[in-house]
Design a protein. Structure first.
Length: 241
């Protein structure tokens, strides 16, 4: 009785991850067709299976599912981020949604810059994209809270006051504390650190700063919390004081 067997097959020369991934996908399709055909032969065990294997498949298998898994993981990070922001902003759904929108834009723009800067999308870059969600909260939540409690008459005035009061704190307290540690990574000899940690963290910090100090105030000036809510928050804090 033959319990297992193997035979050799060959790929055409493969040079990049796209070709390795396509070869892996094609090999699995071919193996599935062979399995289906063999099971139709009388006497073949119902659990008979043909599967391809080579050492490179161990590394390139991630590319078969990394896009849907990446979207799922980032979404699972955005959901609790939105919930926590709403709670800490005083159950403010609108401010939480504006925070979420800005964080999503930072993440999407980071993916765009990855393409322009030649950074491959893989497991390491996905880790940085997940951390980008957490880092982005620092750039947007403080400014949104400052806008929400402002008692100026118009949204534009409140956005100006929030940027004036919290803009320097976000710039110095978040961006300037991240950048010195990121710049040091540029002198690392390992290409992995230079590309996936220096470049990506630099991009995340610069995009977070731009969205938090430029885009978010404009967004708040159009869709920010109403003055009535801000006055209510002020009266409650005044009564407690």
């Amino acid at each position: 009785e033959i319990t297992a067997s193997r035979f050799m097959a060959y790929h055409t020369p493969l040079t990049n991850s796209q070709e390795f991934t396509a070869a892996l996908r094609t090999a699995r399709e071919l193996a599935a067709n062979i399995t289906k055909g063999m099971r139709e032969i009388p006497g073949t065990a119902p659990d008979f299976e043909v599967f391809p294997y080579t050492i490179t498949y161990v590394f390139y298998e991630q590319y078969l599912s990394i896009v849907p898994e990446g979207i799922f993981n980032i979404s699972m990070c955005l959901l609790p981020t939105f919930v926590v922001c709403c709670i800490l902003l005083g159950m403010d759904l609108r401010s939480g949604l504006l925070n979420l929108l800005t964080i999503i834009m930072i993440t999407v723009d980071t993916v765009g810059v990855m393409t322009l800067w030649g950074i491959d999308y893989n497991a390491v870059s996905l880790i940085n994209l997940v951390t980008a969600v957490g880092i982005s909260v620092e750039f947007v939540s403080h400014l949104t809270r400052s806008f929400a409690i402002s008692t100026k008459l118009t949204r534009v005035e409140r956005a100006k006051e929030a940027t004036t009061n919290m803009g320097s704190a976000v710039f110095a307290g978040v961006a300037m504390t991240n950048l010195p540690g990121i710049v040091v990574l540029a002198f690392a000899k390992a290409q992995l650190i230079q590309i996936f940690f220096f470049r990506l963290n630099l991009v995340i910090t610069l995009l977070g700063m731009a969205h938090g100090l430029i885009f978010l105030p404009v967004l708040l000036s159009y869709f920010g919390k109403t003055l009535y809510c801000a006055m209510l928050v002020w009266l409650l804090s005044f009564c407690e004081g």
